[in-house]
Ligand binder design. Structure first.
Ligand SMILES: [Zn+2]
Ligand SMILES: [Zn+2]
Length: 355
């Protein structure tokens, strides 16, 4: 049998972990030389998502080491394959949570690649080209097939646009799917990386926006980010005053909490949508759902067409993430701070610091 020749590869610097208990540290990884349909990207910035931390610490149980996280990538095109039509050297581009999919299943044909059974995640999936696992954006460069590369509007800050690739689309997609807009009352639960983007989008879509938080101290920030009202969710009187009044609530909290308290705040036919991912199952009472025909559902990032739509919307409306720019060697400390919610509201790594 003829042996298939391995694709040619080149080396880039990266930050990786060697095991679940190991800190992230400097290393060198291989990227494939761009094929005919590939875009070769020099990474400028990479956002730090809570998923990165779950992944490098093997909290989902499928991590292979060495592990390189990072799926909020903004960079500049270095070179493109001969068949690439949408991009050229010098373009400002983004890569989110996905780098490939089957392209033929019903989900892919609907532009909902995030639900493709064969989707290839930016990190932690099988690498069809080089073998091993896919390696993410905590690195100097990445090579991605053209269809999974996104245009970043030139008027946005490249660093502050990075979190749009995960935190942005994760909140934009359900707000669009459930047609949030003027005349509606919309709740955002939690003010972190996801929640602060939820406030910005819900406000931009013209809804009356209410933030639910356990921290009364976040009120002024929430209003600056787009909330019209702030409700302290631990205050029963404040919660009771909101009963039955919401068209839509977006729940961004990953820690265990009581869903029934939020279901009871919905109007008839209202929707509570989960984008956070509490690790333990939670109890949902039947009556809050039955009584007003309410719905409880979930949402996962967004497909490629909608992610581009979101980026273009952000360009038109000047929307980016509120970020704290860090050096690559500060990432371990940033993880500890992220665990304490000590970030306003997303860390972004300046990849020029990876030398
Ligand atoms: Zn993410
Ligand atoms: Zn597919």
């Amino acid at each position: 049998m003829p042996t298939q020749s391995k694709p040619r590869a080149y080396s880039v610097k990266a930050y990786a972990t060697s095991g679940a208990k190991a800190p992230l540290g400097a290393t060198t990884i291989s990227r494939r030389e761009p094929t005919e349909t590939d875009v070769q990207i020099d990474i400028l910035y990479c956002g730090v998502c809570h998923s990165d931390l779950h992944f490098v610490r093997n909290e989902w149980g499928f991590t292979q080491y060495p592990a390189v996280p990072g799926h909020e990538v903004v960079g500049r095109v270095r070179a493109v394959g001969a068949g690439v039509k949408k991009f050229k050297a010098g373009d400002l581009v983004g890569v989110g949570c996905l780098v490939d999919s089957c392209r033929t299943c019903p989900d892919c044909r609907a532009g909902l690649e995030q639900f493709c059974p064969e989707m290839v995640m930016t990190y932690g999936s099988a690498d069809k080209h080089l073998g091993g696992g896919t390696l993410g954006g905590y690195s100097q460069g990445i090579v991605v097939t053209e269809e999974f590369v996104l245009r970043i509007p030139a008027n946005l800050s490249a660093a502050a646009a990075a979190p749009l690739l995960c935190a942005g689309i994760t909140t934009y997609s359900p707000l669009r799917r459930w047609k949030v807009g003027p005349g509606q009352k919309v709740g955002i639960v939690g003010l972190g990386g996801l929640g602060h983007m939820g406030l910005k989008f819900a406000h931009a879509f013209g809804a009356h926006v209410v933030l639910f938080t356990t921290s009364p101290g976040k009120s002024a920030d929430a209003r600056r980010l787009g909330a019209h009202e702030v409700v302290v969710s631990k205050d029963e009187a404040q919660m009771a005053a909101q009963a039955g009044s919401f068209d839509f609530i977006l729940d961004t909290v990953s820690a265990p909490h009581d869903m029934n308290a939020y279901l009871g705040l919905l109007k008839r036919d209202g929707n509570l949508v989960l984008v956070g991912a509490p690790s333990e199952p939670f109890a949902v009472a039947a009556f809050p759902l039955i009584m007003r025909r309410r719905s409880f559902s979930g949402s996962l990032i967004g497909g490629l067409p909608e992610t581009q739509e979101m980026l273009d919307f952000c360009g038109q409306h000047g929307i980016t993430s509120d970020i704290e720019l860090i050096r690559m060697d500060q990432v371990n400390e940033a993880y500890e701070r992220m665990l304490k919610s000590d970030v306003k509201y997303r860390f972004v790594i300046d990849m020029a610091s990876l030398k």
